[in-house]
Design a protein around this ligand. Sequence first.
Ligand code: GDG
Length: 688
Amino acid sequence: KNQINKNLEKNQFRAVFLNEVELDNFYFGFSNKCLWPLFHYFIEIHKFDINQWESYKQVNQKFADEVLKVVEEGDKVWIHDYQLLLCPQIIKDINPDVTVGFFLHIPFPSFEIFRIFAKREELLTGMLGSDLIGFHTYDYERHFLSSVKRILNLEVNFNIILYQGREIVVNTFPMGIDFKKFEDAAKSNLRISPGSSDLKRQINTHKLTNEGKLILSIDRLDYTKGVLNRLLAFERFLDTNPEYHDKIRLVMLAVPSRSKVSQYKILKRQTDEVVGRINGKFASVNWTPVWYYYRSMPFENLIDLYVSSDVAMITPLRDGMNLVAKEYLSTRINNDGVLILSELAGASKELPQAILVNPFDIEQLSKSIKTALEMPLKEQKQRNLILRNRIKRYDIKKWSSNFVNTLDEISNKESSSKVKLVTTSISSRILESYQKSKKRLLLLDYDGTLVGFNDNPDNVIPSKALLKLLNNLSNHDGTDVVIMSGRPYSFLEKYFSNLNLILVAEHGLYFKEIASEWQEKKGLSREWIEHLLPVLNTFTDNTPGTFIEHKTNSLSWHYRKADPELGIKRSVELKTVLKSLLPNNLTLMDGNKVLELIPSNINKGVSALDLINQKKYDFCLAAGDDITDESMFMSLNSKSFKIKIGKKKTAAKFYMRNFTQFLDFLESITQIDIKSLESIKDLDVSKK
Ligand code: GDG
């Protein structure tokens, strides 16, 4: 190991060593018996095993640990593929100041497939440690975002996911090849020379003696690659087109892969059988229809095959991209040759001028062989000119620089964004100011700030620990703690009335001083409710999962539990309808998966000003996560500490990643102050 490490380090690599058990469980097991088949839509083959999952987690940790040893603040990390889906979050948790990119080389399946996966939440949140997530095609991006919305219920704006106060960009980066390398290799391969390989000589003999054409098939021997269907289609072609007997040959390179996994062993046996059957059925003394190689070949032989083949048949049943298709085209320096390509390979999105086929339709596949063999040279050239142009322009360098540049932009944006993360030094500054002041006001939103979200708001009740924390804060001499909520007063009354807190309910419609009765804001009309309620009812009826919350002077329409896409669509429609009906004295607030109708002179900003004008506060801190908290941030002067929970567009100067970070911060307020009070007490004792 030491020697390997030394050699690697010379080239700035580091190795992560896996033992036999890890290789079995993490690689052959979890990665290739569970994730690979599921992500390629082979749900009947996919097998979830809890021990293998544990190993997958451990090995991801191992890779992350190795990265964490070397990264520094401001570095960028690029993680690749389905074996390391959990790495991004592990790295982000330990070192939030590195920018993490992730690229998936295989398809991301549709939500209906992905939802079957046993640990779907953990896998998604693992990926969400990234700042940039890339896929080969827009379809995979769409499927991924759909799962994020439906499984994690996160807010997604176009291709940006809001998660733990971070914005995660999701985008499409179709992977290219080293075009020049293949083109150059093809140029020097054209003529048979003394240096030509035996394979090349054999191919040439076939071509000369039979005037025959070659059809090429190259892939790892994997059930996703559609090898059997391709063979069946070739058999059918020979059955229906006897005039091609003796003339054409299928050269099939099947590269051994994951041969320890039983599905691959079965496939090997089946492939051997079908090849044997076809050759047995059609072969003549001078002609073997299928030339079958079960091995890998050196690069030069690969080029021999590409250059000599008149048709390439790349027909996977599912494939993230498929680079062989692109490599074949890059070697067609005279623009001849025909590519038959599966529409289920990611490459088909970039290569629509190929003959696109459905690999499950054997009849169509077989006909496509005839079309390809008989395609006029002029048409071949027309198609290949466009295809080759595309893969030449968008080559591997372009692909990687596109990804890395996007990661750079994200990293720069992160460091220059106006709203600042509350770091240890900022939090010490706030605590110091708190300690030095005499009269303090803490304005605290409830949902999303002191507690997390739940599909049902009634289930979000304060824990004992939270009540204790608020109690400790409110017991500090000179500190007024206010809960500023949009919730009905009955809710705040039920859970907080025993504490020394000032309570503001329904955005300021109701107000309760410590040890006093609830007061209602005066002069409010309720007539509008009977006009607008029927509109909300109609939308609720038509949008499963939504519901109306009735408060004394306001109405809220919640769509958190609806299908996320339908919910957003209907909320936009409802906003349009409501805006056209809105009387002057009513405001429509667009909150976190909720639309609220509230009298116009009611908002947290007005309430905050009412409170701040009552006493001479020399310290004010306001915290909130929602749009409805923005009026509070705007109404307070610049000396106040305004903290947004979650990194979103805001008038606040600071943000914290999530509510738990904020609770820890509140906890530290209570602790520091208690210490200082104790030290004062100690002093007093020493005086005596
Ligand atoms: C995954 C995704 C995605 C093959 N046989 C030999 C050989 N090869 C080379 C080819 C090509 C590569 O291996 C295979 O790449 P593919 O893209 O076709 O397929 P996967 O291995 O399944 O790769 C796939 C890819 O990741 C990239 O994101 O496109 O969808 O499944 O470069 O030339 N090379 C040599 N001898 C061989 O016998 N020298």
